[in-house]
Design a protein around this ligand. Structure first.
Ligand SMILES: [Zn+2]
Length: 245
């Protein structure tokens, strides 16, 4: 975790300090070494959020792209009493969940239903098969031109061939990052691929982005579920001419 409570105040890890987990309130100790991203660790194994996964520096670096006050926010469903801790929750109400390890589709659906307006950032580098699939992206994506202009929105009927299959049924946008902990830096595409949920006449909508472009899209609320759905609607209405990029 990147945050813990010190005397009730959300705090970064400070050498020698003692904090408490904002979720389970158990004692946390700061880890402020020279190699890993500074973080807090539970002092003893406790029952924290069952959705929490051990974090890589890749995961922590994504969270650290956002203000301290947005990181690791505890959510409670007041009807059911269910509680979870979101990796990032923006001021405008978007939850970001950063996912390195395999996620059971049941749990994926449960998180999407719980957070509703959310974006996944998924480690595309974890499996060699995933890394090699994306290498053919240029041939598998067809850019949408509108009024003679490029849109940087692409359609594909080969999403199965490009992206990890266990994520294709997601009901929210997913950003695949191939520069994760297992990246092969010599060949991995440095751009991110935003896969829109749903389909356009049987094809999937994809937007390649740099990391900065994704951050701008998050800050400008362009990846909120309502905005994403209206992009899909607009694309469906277009009479576009398709060209290979
Ligand atoms: Zn905890």
């Amino acid at each position: 975790m990147l945050t813990a409570l010190i005397e009730g105040i959300r705090s970064r890890p400070i050498p020698g300090a003692v904090g408490h987990c904002p979720f389970c309130n158990s004692e946390m100790i700061p880890r402020c070494g020279e190699i890993r991203v500074h973080h807090w660790a539970h002092k003893s194994k406790v029952d924290c959020d069952p959705w929490w996964e051990p974090e890589t520096d890749w995961h922590r670096n994504w969270k650290n792209e956002f203000p301290l006050g947005w990181q690791e926010r505890v959510f409670e469903d007041h009807d059911t009493g269910e509680r979870h801790i979101a990796d990032v929750y923006t001021l405008a109400g978007l939850t970001l969940e950063v996912q390195h390890s395999h996620l059971d589709p049941k749990e994926r659906r449960a998180r999407e239903a719980f957070y509703k307006n959310m974006l996944w950032v998924v480690d595309g580098s974890r499996l060699k098969g995933n890394r090699s699939k994306i290498l053919g992206w240029r041939g598998a994506l067809t850019e949408i031109f509108h009024g003679g202009q490029r849109t940087n929105l692409f359609l594909t009927s080969e999403a199965n061939e490009l992206f990890p299959s266990d994520w294709l049924e997601s009901s929210v946008p997913i950003c695949f990052d191939y520069m994760g902990p297992n990246a092969e830096t010599s060949s991995a595409p440095t751009r991110l691929f935003l896969l829109y949920p749903g389909s356009v006449r049987g094809r999937r909508l994809v937007e390649p982005l740099t990391r900065d472009e994704l951050l701008r899209a998050i800050y400008s609320e362009r990846v909120h579920i309502s905005a994403v759905r209206s992009v899909l609607k607009n694309v469906l209405r277009l009479r576009f001419s398709n060209r290979r990029c």
